[in-house]
Design a protein around this ligand. Structure first.
Ligand code: SAM
Length: 290
């Protein structure tokens, strides 16, 4: 009973016991390297004060390590079969609550106010389902609640996009989302051998810490609508993307033109050459025109 869930033999035994195998459609790759799990818990700096949100507990390998250190763990799992397994594997941890729900459909601020104490120190830790890494990060960052850090395992290739240099192919809406809300750093790489089954991509643990945005705007969602519109066709100019989004009539064109002038942005530039600060100034200028 005291053997870690992540122990490779125990992981396989649990899967066999329940007649389960990892489901590709849910991005199931179970961590079977206890050292990696300890590292994740250390990187997130989990203490007995922390309320942890976990995404995709699977059979509970990471959940267990978190439960040993944290005050409480709230874990969201989409796969009903896993939820049944967790009932058994995590039975001895009374500070864990597993919720059978698609994380992308969870109202996190509401959940937090129901499940956690007011002013709780909230941390988010996960070995993410890779097929929805970007939507999950986007949801977490845009959601209206305070968090201390986010420590997540993801595909190495996506991790590299988070801090992509301006003007590169990897630079885009995800990079800008991260930049607005957080500072990201690659905490460690993880070999495919640490998982059962081994994913066919490289993995990395990324740590995000919250930051104040370089330019604060009145409505973040609207700023990101503009950013998405600006990047809609990466190979087109900013001007073409904006006209496509806002309309080709003369009045609209004049408004866009004067906003670009005010923000000191060349209409012929491509969005991938623009910094978050420049896009924020463009947003402010466009809205001041209305
Ligand atoms: N935490 C476990 C571990 O480290 O061994 C499992 C990680 S596995 C990479 C991803 C987990 O996320 C799986 O358990 C999968 O069923 C779950 N998952 C996939 N899509 C999900 C979603 N939309 N909402 C919640 N959980 C999801």
């Amino acid at each position: 009973k005291n053997i870690d869930i992540a122990n490779p033999t125990r992981t396989q035994a649990i899967l066999n016991q329940y007649g389960l195998h990892a489901k590709k459609k849910f991005g199931q790759n179970f961590l079977t390297d206890v050292n990696v799990l300890h590292d994740i818990v250390d990187i997130a700096d989990i203490t007995s004060e922390d309320y942890v949100i976990e995404i995709g507990p699977g059979i509970g390998a990471l959940t267990e390590q978190l439960a040993r250190k944290a005050k409480k763990v709230l874990a969201f799992e989409i796969d009903e079969q896993m939820v049944k397994v967790l009932d058994d594997t995590l039975a001895q941890y009374d500070n864990v609550r597993v919720i059978h729900q698609d994380i992308l459909k969870v109202n996190l601020p509401e959940m937090i106010s129901q499940e956690f104490e007011p002013e709780a120190s909230v941390k988010i830790v996960a070995n993410l389902p890779y097929y929805i890494t970007t939507p999950i990060l986007t949801q977490l960052l845009h959601a209206d609640f305070k968090w201390q850090n986010i420590v997540v395992m993801m595909q190495k290739e996506v991790a590299d996009r988070l801090n992509a240099e301006i003007g590169t192919k990897a630079y885009g809406v995800l990079t800008l989302t991260i930049q607005y809300f957080a500072q990201a750093h690659l905490a460690r790489k993880v070999s495919a051998n640490a998982f059962n089954p081994a994913p066919n991509v490289d993995s990395a643990v990324v740590k995000l810490v919250p930051v104040k945005p370089v330019v604060e705007v009145d409505n973040v969602d609207k700023l990101f609508t503009l950013i998405k519109q600006s990047f809609a066709h990466r190979r087109k100019s900013l001007w073409n993307n904006l006209v496509q989004a806002y309309g080709k009539d003369d009045r609209t064109k004049t408004n866009i033109q004067s906003a670009l002038l005010k923000a000191e942005i060349d209409p012929g530039i491509r969005a991938e050459k623009l910094s978050l600060a420049e896009l924020s100034h463009l947003y402010i200028a466009l809205h001041a025109n209305k």
